[in-house]
Design a protein around this ligand. Structure first.
Ligand SMILES: Cc1ncc(COP(=O)(O)O)c(C=O)c1O
Length: 382
């Protein structure tokens, strides 16, 4: 598959040539643990055992690498499994890492409760402010700067190119969690990031029917190390999950266009609503880093957060009253979701520097009719 092809074409074809045996136009689900060898060590296509490699997972991994403009993609059982593999590859006891002051709660928990226990130090920075990152890095000791952009749940925006420069000057790798944007809207490797992380559970899968994660890098040496750790640690994506994710990715571009258009209309309604005190969406001109988002993103995505007059009780009430917006965790599926981050996805950051406002509601705007979504929000806000 040529690098010249556009994103939409790569999404459908990269890593997915017709099956050489049957001509099947979609990679089959190789639901198999082991492969017959033609004599000891005589592997067919390099396949030996499905933790090490499986053809359906290979198709997904090649596809992910092509979409992010990387050299190697690796698929995992979840986003957190991908993050765990990356952290244990990059870090050793005594190392230091910079983490953002707004991030998925489970990512924070991994640093605070798991990696921290193994002697890795971490500092929190406002990664949307390059000076804050500059002040937090410890040259020679900081091995990774971690960025989520847009961030979960406050839709903060980090200038990837600026922070890449700061990380590299300090001898650290820049990791970008690209879950909210997807590679259709933003390509961190082309802006200087060393590794992209995904919860493929979200927009990549796109249908709320699979949990998965991914790492993509353009750095050949790092790719080798990550692949070694993926096999050594073993939290790989299974064949069926890989197949579902590939199936979702085929429509990523059209879904992201619709998610973005629906979200933009919904932010207009929220901004004008008397019960809403603040709207967080990088597409809004009044967003603190709208210009950066416009520079590095194709559109602004389907995630919107807002604060409600009346504190936590009022925010919870809005979540409970919504009907078409389903009350639930996760995001990025075709169906719209609503949640209260403080009590749900981000409960694990309570009391930390990443604590989220109690009156915050987060929407994952789906691709239903936007008029129906607006009507539901209007009634939920009362
Ligand atoms: C931005 C972000 N990164 C990573 C994760 C973790 O992914 P998973 O739930 O697939 O382990 C999530 C999950 O919500 C997320 O929102």
């Amino acid at each position: 598959m040529s690098d010249q092809q556009s994103f939409e074409t790569l999404a459908i074809h990269a890593g997915q040539a017709a099956d050489p045996l049957t001509g099947a136009v979609v990679p089959p689900i190789y639901q198999v643990s082991t492969f017959k060898q033609d004599g000891v060590g005589g592997l067919r296509g390099g396949y030996e055992y499905s933790r090490s490699a499986n053809p359906t997972r290979t198709a997904l991994e090649e596809n992910l690498a092509a979409l992010e403009g990387g050299r190697r993609g690796l698929a995992f059982a979840s986003g957190l499994a991908a993050e765990d593999c990356l952290l244990r590859t990059l870090l050793a006891p005594g190392d230091h890492v910079v983490i953002p002051n707004d991030a998925y709660g489970g990512t924070f928990r991994l640093f605070a409760k798991v990696v921290g226990r193994w002697g890795v130090e971490w500092s929190v920075a406002d990664t949307s402010d390059p000076d804050s990152v500059r002040a937090a890095v410890r040259p020679g000791k900081t091995k990774a700067v971690w960025v989520e952009t847009p961030s979960n749940p406050l839709l903060g925006i980090t200038d990837i190119a600026a922070v890449a420069g700061i990380a590299h000057e300090a001898g650290a790798k820049l990791v970008v969690d690209n879950t909210f944007a997807s590679p259709y809207l933003q390509q961190p490797l082309s802006l200087g990031a060393d590794v992209v992380v995904h919860s493929t559970t979200k927009y990549m899968g796109g249908h709320s029917d699979v949990v998965g994660g991914a790492l993509v890098t353009a750095d050949a040496a790092l790719a080798e190390e990550l692949a070694f750790h993926q096999n050594a640690m073993g939290a790989v994506a299974g064949p069926f999950d890989s197949w579902l994710t590939l199936r979702g990715i085929k429509t990523l571009a059209v879904r992201m266009d619709r998610h973005s258009a629906n979200a933009e209309r919904i932010t207009e309604v929220l901004v004008a609503h008397p019960k809403v005190t603040q709207v967080y969406y990088p597409g809004l001109p009044e967003h603190a880093h709208h210009e950066v988002a416009a520079k590095q993103m194709r559109a602004f995505g389907g995630m919107v957060s807002f604060r409600v007059k009346g504190g936590q009780e009022a925010a919870v009430e809005v979540c409970n009253r919504a009907k078409l917006f389903t009350l639930g965790e996760s995001l990025g599926g075709v169906e719209s979701l609503i949640e209260h981050p403080g009590l749900m996805t981000h409960a694990s950051v309570a009391g930390s520097a990443l604590e989220v406002p109690a009156d915050l509601v987060r929407l994952s705007v789906g691709i239903e009719s936007v008029d129906d979504l607006v009507a539901d929000l209007q009634q939920a806000l009362g």
